[in-house]
Ligand binder design. Structure first.
Ligand SMILES: NC(=O)c1ccc[n+]([C@@H]2O[C@H](COP(=O)([O-])OP(=O)(O)OC[C@H]3O[C@@H](n4cnc5c(N)ncnc54)[C@H](O)[C@@H]3O)[C@@H](O)[C@H]2O)c1
Ligand SMILES: O=P(O)(O)OC[C@@H](O)[C@@H](O)[C@H](O)[C@H](O)CO
Length: 382
């Protein structure tokens, strides 16, 4: 069995590559980072170091590495007979992976078993987005033929993998917790054999609970923590004023998760406590800069703040904590992050209505609109 995985970064090496390796796949890492690909190609293993309760080291070997920018022929050869294609590149990069998926399907024998395609990104319906980007490149007639050669399944991926210090080489430090939920129905009776993954009939509750609890809480900690002058996530959450604001945000998103997906309030409270414990893991060197990265993406309409806030407002439920976090996000000023630079530029030059509409996707008339504009105004006016 062979899996081609795009994105040999933190989650690629520290989670998806590890699980595919443990499932018995030959793993082929594809990435555009030449230094990383050369290092992988020159090595015969790396180690995933877990930190926290029950931690152990895990060895990953039997992999190959291909530079997907410069070695199209090698990539196409690897993809032609792959069983699985996964990504962990970031949702905004999926459109650059689409041409590779298209090529893989064109080169695939029509009678071969379909390629299992799973995007492992922090976004709702990321695999569907990759499929749609691929279909656009093919055109409707060709796509009718090609789409039979693949199964596209959405997934939710949860494991905190911080940025890795330069001296760690290919090794990756991760938390012990992990969950990879994959929707089962697209595979019928034959899901790909990945014992470490969890196949579910309905992914919606899993991805929304994960994105609107883990990632909303994480990003809130990052933005409140950044403004309070903290560098690390664990340190930010040890600050009582940050912790109180994060808890208020998570109480709001929990109300949505319970009302919408049928988890009990007790189950959700337990889930919330577990994730806050994960953020507090001081052995995990995670920073507010990594967790807050790409604030424009995180302030998007289907993302971790505006997604739940819009639905809560539609239901007449409280959103003040979420709007507090949005206001904090607008203060995320990190010169090394291009989206932060663009956001700061917009905060200086755009009015609040424009930011609400163009960054957050909230139009006048939506029940969130006026309160969102008021929150943005507090930052743009300051
Ligand atoms: N790190 C985590 O804790 C974590 C957990 C769950 C999900 N995720 C999600 O996984 C995805 C990746 O996150 P990460 O933390 O591993 O980021 P990362 O920056 O460590 O890794 C991304 C990798 O993608 C590569 N890449 C960029 N453009 C590419 C292209 N066109 N083709 C092939 N490779 C390309 C980069 O070179 C990099 O090696 C994101 O969607 C993120 O939200 C991350
Ligand atoms: O990867 P992002 O930028 O969408 O979000 C940053 C972190 O919240 C995220 O990477 C978490 O560590 C991860 O989602 C935990 O499962």
């Amino acid at each position: 069995m062979k899996a081609v995985h795009f994105g040999a970064g933190n989650i690629g090496r520290g989670f998806i590559g590890l699980l595919l390796h443990d499932a018995g796949y030959e793993v082929v890492f594809a990435d555009v980072n030449a230094e990383l690909i050369d290092a992988l190609a020159a090595s015969d293993h790396y180690t995933v170091h877990e930190v926290g309760d029950g931690a152990r080291d895990r060895r990953v070997d039997r992999y190959r590495a291909v530079n997907s920018q410069t070695d199209a022929a090698a990539l196409a050869a690897e993809l032609a007979d792959a069983d699985v294609l996964t990504t962990a590149v970031g949702p905004n990069i999926l459109r650059f992976i689409a041409p590779h998926v298209l090529q893989a399907l064109r080169d695939r024998a029509p009678d071969a078993a379909p390629l299992a395609v799973m995007a492992c990104e922090n976004a709702i319906d990321a695999t569907s987005l990759l499929r749609d980007e691929t279909a656009k490149l093919a055109g409707p007639d060709e796509w009718l033929e090609l789409e039979r050669r693949a199964v596209f399944a959405n997934t939710a991926v949860d494991r905190i993998v911080p940025g890795q210090p330069g001296e760690s080489g290919l090794d990756v430090t991760v938390e012990t917790f992990s969950e990879w939920a994959i929707e089962r129905p697209p595979f019928g009776d034959a899901p790909p054999p990945i014992p470490g993954a969890h196949f579910v009939d309905r992914l919606g509750p899993y991805i929304e609970r994960k994105l609107f609890t883990v990632n909303t809480g994480h990003a809130s900690t990052a933005y409140f923590g950044f403004l309070a002058g903290h560098e690390r996530i664990a340190e930010a959450l040890a600050d009582p004023s940050v912790a109180a604001r994060v808890e208020r945000v998570l109480e709001e998103t929990s109300a949505l998760i319970v009302a919408k997906h049928g988890f009990t309030a007790e189950e959700q409270a337990q889930y919330r406590a577990t994730i806050l414990g994960r953020f507090r893991n001081a052995a995990l060197p995670d920073t507010v800069e990594r967790v807050g990265r790409q604030p424009l993406r995180k302030l998007g309409r289907r993302e971790r703040f505006i997604g739940p806030a819009a639905e809560l407002a539609e239901r007449g439920l409280p959103v003040d904590g979420l709007l507090d976090a949005v206001e904090a996000a607008l203060g995320f000023d990190v010169p090394a992050d291009p989206e932060s630079v663009e956001l700061q530029q917009r905060v200086r030059t755009d009015d609040a209505e424009t930011i609400a509409r163009e960054v957050c996707g909230i139009e006048p008339g939506h029940p969130l609109h006026d309160r969102l504009v008021a929150a943005v105004t507090r930052r743009t006016a300051s």
